[in-house]
Write a protein that binds this ligand. Sequence first.
Ligand code: ADP
Length: 397
Amino acid sequence: MNKILSVNAGSSSLKFQLLSMPSERVIVEGIVERIGNADAIYTVKLNGNKERTTLSIKNHSEAVQLVLNDLIKRQIVASLDEIKGVGHRVVHGGEKFKESTIITPEVIKQIEEVSFLAPLHNPGAITGIKAFQEALPNVVHVAVFDTAFHQTMEPEAYMYAVPYEWYEKYGVRKYGFHGTSHQYVSMKAAELMGKPYEESKIITVHLGNGASLAAIKNGKCIDTSMGMTPLEGIPMGTRSGTIDPAIIEFICTKENKTVQQVLEDLNKRSGYLGISGLSNDSRDLEDAAAEGHYRSNLALDIQYKRIADYIGSYYVYLGGADAIVFTAGIGENNARCREVVCDRISALGVKIDYDLNNRVRGVVTELSTPDSKIRVFLIPTNEELMIARDTMRLAKL
Ligand code: ADP
């Protein structure tokens, strides 16, 4: 039995899970938020209990020390030697990283080199990696990239039809995100269907605050909805998804804003929040829509239409589909979203059991009826587990 830490470090947060492998049992999980503040928050979940502490945490190194000391204090590990590997989620691997990799000084340099593509995300991950390497210098550290799974796309799918030099000089192309999640739920769907992953056609619908779809053929991603940044694709909690790029210049002129300000509007004040004027949370919008709030209903309809559009286009690009998988916060919990989307793609012969769909949340379920032409699944995502599995595999444990 090996204990593996799965880590997701952001600019001011550090999320972790300690897993027992190969049983894949979560021993403990937690998060340190507001790192760099006198009132940082440490939340730990153990045996079904959640504990929250507010304390001062100056930087990621202090956060890492706090977590590791706590594991010892609670006797979850007798000594840090019990932790055999640490897997780190890294958002952007550019074209450099096509799969997870053992972290060496050279790899850190390469992650830094592609960080211009994710300036809000990659620096936090690098800080987290360095802090954990300092605290656990003798174990294998592995980087797992959100973009890696999408690196199998063909140029026709990842290139934008813009001056080619933009790609050559600056790496302007589609990269896609949530790759670990798309890979995990598609593998699981193939397993549930009893089909070899390498002979399956699967459309995955990851609907959280951020949201994206992927078309996966024979175990390889051939298209995905997010782009060079997570702004492209379907509308999300606060992101617009794809829009006519000419709108940016138009609004800059009309509202006397900079491009950066308009991009902030598109990233933080659009999507559910922008259209509804109420909230970025799907639950609030469903409630308001049920009470007749026109703009909440519209925000949901715009998103559901776009999800159906992508599924239709991926169905064609894949040359058919064996399964459609819903996952992440909304995909796992919002029955109405799944129902409306499946109704909108009924032309593909998709049929789900409405009763069952209404009853389930957050558990692996086949939602389609036996006569549905495409099988529909709800599969909870588990990026932490994928990270731990890759860490085990690369560390040869
Ligand atoms: P993130 O991208 O931040 O990880 P999540 O996957 O947690 O996002 O998804 C957040 C979304 O999931 C929110 O819109 C929220 O309304 C929705 N969601 C989460 N839990 C539930 C639930 N129990 N019922 C309905 N919607 C939920």
